[in-house]
Design a protein around this ligand. Structure first.
Ligand code: HMG
Ligand code: MG
Length: 294
């Protein structure tokens, strides 16, 4: 059955803005995060401490965190790929990090400059040190359903990568459909391969319009944390054909209809996405934002 309540893990400031062709000014990012907190979101993935040459859009991570007015009851996780990233995150006062692994060889090389096996050697000391510092660590798995270079991704391969991240000490695993090709039956089948569905989150991109259907399948399978991005911003600069994430507004609309609690003020959120779309100079791809504010 469906849960009473879902935690929305808002990735707009990270997954959304990492994919913008222009670099969004840090002041706009800070206002975006403030407005998301005002709208009731309690998990705001804020930025990434990756190599600035790789993702120039988020090269201002230090400045962003220095300017951030942290709200009580809101967590601000950040992505860290390696120990250098963790050092930077710790220096910035971060308490919640996420590592990001690939389920496929090709994407590991393109996104992390490592082989599938080498990525674990990079992550292991990050997770160990982060935990020793008392930080919460999430593990992402990308390309869980399909990969633009390798095609369909075997379920066992995804489960193998995911279990290694959990064994390493990640408290939560976010299963990513990086290029948005999954359909609900595949979601149900993949989730059934994990012993503890309570430790899983789902991260859908909406390239083929399946993100909401996939989310419903995940909720029915026992998932309680759903990643989404305000206004449907997003994509990965190292994954061909990746488009926006599931829009938070679309998710909230569905949850409201199902009577599942989420704590988000849809009007305030849609205003925020409409404002940001204006700043970025193009309409929000979210159907709900367009229906409410178009
Ligand atoms: P590399 O080029 O192999 O780096 O990149 P390296 O380890 O060889 O180090 C080379 C130099 O970079 C060194 O400097 C390091 O200090 C520096 P030097 O000694 O030459 O002066 N360096 C760093 N500087 C700042 N911060 C760092 C850092 N690391 C090294 N953290 C690396 C390897 C992993 C760093 C690179 O590939 C990288 O940054 N990748 C990140 C790509 C990325 O952010 N992709 C998007 C996020 S993933 C995603 O969107 C999917 C997701 O949404 C889920 C889904 O949709 O499926 C999460
Ligand atoms: Mg993503």
């Amino acid at each position: 059955g469906l849960p009473d309540r879902v935690t929305i893990w808002e990735v707009g400031a990270r997954d959304g803005l990492q994919n913008e062709s222009s670099v969004v000014p840090v002041g706009v990012k800070l206002e975006f995060l403030d407005r998301l907190a005002d709208a009731g979101l309690t998990v705001l993935e804020a930025t990434s401490f990756v190599r600035p040459e790789w993702v120039p859009q988020l090269a201002d991570a230090e400045e962003l965190l220095a300017g951030l007015a942290r709200r009580p009851g809101v967590s601000y996780p950040v992505l860290v790929p390696n120990e250098r990233g963790l050092d930077r995150a710790l220096a910035a006062g971060v308490r919640h990090v996420a590592i990001f692994a690939s389920a496929t060889e090709t994407f590991a090389r393109r996104n992390l400059n490592r082989s599938l096996d080498e990525q674990f050697a990079m992550f292991e000391p990050v997770v160990a040190r982060a935990r020793a510092e008392g930080l919460d660590v999430r593990g992402y798995v990308s390309m869980c359903f399909g990969d633009p270079w390798e095609g369909a991704v075997p379920r066992e391969q995804v489960i193998g990568v995911g279990k290694r991240l959990l064994d390493m000490g990640c408290s939560q695993l976010s299963l990513g459909d990086t290029i948005g090709v999954a359909t609900p039956g595949q979601v149900t089948a993949l989730l059934a391969g994990f012993d503890d569905v309570g430790a899983l989150a789902v991260h859908f991109h909406d390239t083929y319009g399946q993100a909401l259907a996939n989310t419903l399948a995940a909720l029915q399978a026992g998932v309680r944390t759903v990643d989404s991005s305000a206004g449907g911003l997003g994509g990965c600069p190292y994954a061909e054909s990746a488009t926006g994430n599931l829009a938070t507004e679309d998710l909230v609309w569905m949850l409201d209809g199902l009577g599942v609690e989420h704590g988000v003020d849809l009007d305030a959120l849609a205003d925020t996405s409409a404002w940001l779309a204006g700043v970025l100079g193009r309409p929000s791809p979210s159907r709900v934002v367009r229906a409410l504010r178009g």
